[in-house]
Write a protein that binds this ligand. Structure first.
Ligand code: FAD
Length: 315
């Protein structure tokens, strides 16, 4: 792999070598990245991806790692974990906005909003990950998604080598989808969200407590990537199916392969129950995923689709 010497000269020390990825993911699975960087400013990220592409080096933008499954062999390329995290509140003509940089945690955005009596996102408390990851995947919970709040996103377009302002419509949001999923050359630098002043900080605090209690009661603790599969809508009948319920009805809860177990609390959560003697591997997750898809197809005639982003081994 070319050494990216240009980057070493411009930003000495920014690129590290052979960094284990498991600690940066909620699954706690993943071998080392050949190259790894934590840019503190958007300009550093722009320079890193540009130089990587120039040298033919694959890159991966890692947010909170709460929806990513890396290979045990790691990543033969450059993993970039944005560390720009500023959050700014602005009063606007039609309400109030918060602009948050890509590396900011969504939970920090929610808490900042609440502090300013700006409501709506409080139902997401407990949803892990960063602004960048949430925008790309149109994350959501409690009947609301990123698309219900986002007014614009500042994107670095690697192909065009320029920063472009994307509107909500430009991002073509759909259930757990945005156009960014089809265009990896578009990287979120920041996003602006619109809020309403409906609930006070205190009202939101009570709601958040309730939401967190709900999450704790219905979702397992421990290491996972949240829901492994998307919920499905049958194209013929337009009936919506909860993937977790389908998995449960197929009797798959508690199924274990290697160090991965289908949670007994929530069928859509695949839990890392590995031990030092038998650590969970990416292959264990892939095997459980394959078993679930096959069983649900056979018993329910429904095709499940993965929500978790699987980064397979690159030689
Ligand atoms: C316990 C638990 C509960 C969860 N509950 C929910 C839930 O209720 N609702 C829900 O929607 N999800 C949920 N998730 C899944 C996950 O938290 C979300 O998908 C989250 O939005 C992922 O954000 P992240 O920063 O961790 O993304 P990562 O896993 O780091 O990355 C996900 C994808 O986004 C890309 N990406 C990251 N940053 C950028 C950027 N700046 N620009 C472009 N692409 C980028 C990555 O390359 C990758 O393809 C849960 C996960 C866990 C572990």
């Amino acid at each position: 792999m070319p050494p990216m010497t240009n980057m070493d000269q411009i930003y000495p020390g920014l690129i590290q070598k052979n960094i284990p990825l498991a600690p940066f993911t909620s699954f706690q699975i993943g071998g080392p990245a050949d190259l790894y960087a934590e840019p503190k400013r958007p300009e550093e990220l722009e320079a890193l991806v540009t130089e990587a592409v120039k040298n033919g080096i694959p890159y991966y933008i890692l947010g909170g790692g709460s929806n990513t499954l890396f290979s045990d062999k790691g990543f033969r390329g450059l993993v970039i974990r944005p560390q720009f995290k500023a959050i700014a509140v602005t009063a606007t003509a039609d309400g109030n906005s918060i602009t948050a940089e890509a590396g900011a945690l969504l939970s920090q955005v929610i808490r900042t909003a609440a502090k300013h009596d700006l409501s709506g996102m409080e139902v997401w408390i407990g949803l892990p990950g960063t602004v960048g990851g949430a925008v790309r995947g149109n994350a959501g919970a409690g009947g609301k998604e990123i698309k219900d709040f986002l007014s614009s996103a500042t994107i670095f377009d690697l192909k065009q080598q320029k920063i472009v302002e994307y509107s909500n419509a430009d991002l073509e949001f759909d259930y757990r989808h945005s156009t960014l999923k089809d265009k990896p050359h578009l990287i979120v630098l920041s996003a602006t969200f619109r809020f309403e002043k409906k609930l006070s900080a205190e009202e939101q605090r009570v709601l958040m407590q309730h939401t967190l209690a709900q999450r704790h009661a219905t979702q397992p603790k421990g290491h996972s990537a949240g829901c492994a599969f998307k919920n499905e809508i049958d194209p013929r009948t337009h009936i919506a199916y909860s993937a977790g319920k389908l998995i449960d009805e197929c009797g798959l809860k508690g199924t274990r392969i290697g160090g991965i177990e289908v949670s007994n609390i929530h069928g859509n959560f695949l839990q890392n129950v590995g031990t030092p003697d038998q650590p969970a591997t990416q292959q264990d997750v892939l095997d459980v995923i394959a078993l679930i898809k096959k069983t649900v197809k056979e018993k329910k005639n429904i095709d499940l689709h993965e929500e978790v982003q699987i980064i397979r081994e690159r030689e």
